[in-house]
Design a protein around this ligand. Structure first.
Ligand SMILES: [Zn+2]
Length: 247
C-alpha cells in the first residue's frame, strides 16, 4: 500500500513525510519486483485460495488510496513501464476535487483525479474500489450513515465505470466487527484494512485484508524484508469468529 509521491528535491508539506515516496525509489522497488518474478494481481484474484488455477507463483497486489493526481502523474507511467497493475480506492463524492478530509491531520489538500482519468485507468485494467463516498471516519458514524457511505459509493462507481466495485478500503484503515458486517451487506466481496502491528499480518480475512504500508523513508533492504514476510501471510477464506471479549 502506497500513499503519495514527492519528487526529489521538493520540500514536503506533509506532517507524515515518511508516507511520501520519490518516483525514483518507487521505480527501484518495481524493478526489484519484476526481477524477482512478481506479477501483479487484482484483489479478486488474490483472495482465491493459494494454488488455485491461474495463480502466479509470486503474486503481489499494489494498492493506492484516495485517488490523488500524483498517482496519475508518477505511478501510472512507472507501473506501465514495468508491467504492473494496481488497485485504486477512490472517494466517489470527491472525485475531481481535493483531499480536504486530511486537514484535521495537518495535511495539505491534494488534488484528486477526475472521472475521465479513473475511467481510463479502469479501461487499462486497473481495479477501482471504493474508499467510501466522503472519507468520513466510519467509527464515528451511525449504522445508517455507514450504509449510505458504502452503498452510495458503490452505486456511483457502477454508473461511472460500468462495473460494481468488489472491494472497499476503510478510511484511515479504521473499522470494527460491525463495519465488516455492513460492508458485506452492502455487497462488497471484501474490504481492506492496514497492518498497524506486525502481529496483524498473520490474520488476513475477507473483510479485513491486511496491507503493508510502504514508506518512502525505508531502504531497499527493508522493502526486501517486507516481500519476504508477505510470502508467509496466509489469507483465510473465512472470518474468524468474533471474540467474546470486548475489543
Ligand atoms: Zn484515505
Amino acid at each position: 500500500m502506497y500513499h503519495w509521491f514527492r519528487p526529489r528535491g521538493v520540500a514536503s508539506g506533509s506532517r507524515s513525510p515518511q508516507l511520501e515516496i520519490t518516483p525514483e525509489l518507487f521505480e527501484r522497488q518495481l524493478a526489484l519486483l519484476r526481477r524477482r518474478g512478481y506479477r501483479s494481481q487484482q484483489l479478486s484474484q488474490a483472495v482465491r485460495p493459494r494454488g488455485a488455477d491461474g495463480q502466479p507463483r509470486r503474486p503481489v497486489v499494489i494498492t493506492f488510496d484516495d485517488g490523488t493526481q500524483d498517482f496519475w502523474e508518477h505511478a501510472r507511467p512507472l507501473l506501465a513501464k514495468h508491467g504492473f497493475s494496481a488497485t485504486l480506492f477512490v472517494v466517489t463524492g470527491r472525485v475531481g476535487g481535493h483531499s480536504t478530509w486530511d486537514r484535521e491531520l495537518g495535511e495539505p489538500d491534494r488534488p484528486l483525479m477526475g472521472w475521465d482519468q479513473i475511467r481510463r485507468l479502469h479501461d487499462d485494467g486497473f481495479e477501482i474500489g471504493s474508499h467510501t463516498h466522503s472519507h468520513r471516519a466510519l467509527t464515528e458514524l451511525s449504522d445508517r450513515e455507514t450504509r449510505s457511505e458504502m452503498q452510495r459509493s458503490r452505486r456511483v462507481l457502477a454508473s461511472e465505470t460500468g462495473v460494481e466495485p468488489e472491494f472497499l478500503a476503510y478510511p484511515r484503515g479504521r473499522y470494527t466487527e460491525r463495519h465488516k458486517q455492513l460492508a458485506r451487506e452492502a455487497g462488497y466481496t471484501g474490504a481492506c484494512a492496514v497492518v498497524l502491528r506486525w502481529s496483524d499480518l498473520w490474520r488476513s480475512e475477507p473483510y479485513a485484508l491486511r496491507r503493508m504500508t510502504v514508506k518512502g523513508t525505508e531502504s531497499m533492504l527493508h522493502f526486501r524484508l517486507r516481500l519476504a514476510l508477505g510470502r508467509f501471510v496466509r489469507h483465510s477464506q473465512r472470518e474468524r469468529p468474533v471474540s467474546r471479549r470486548a475489543a
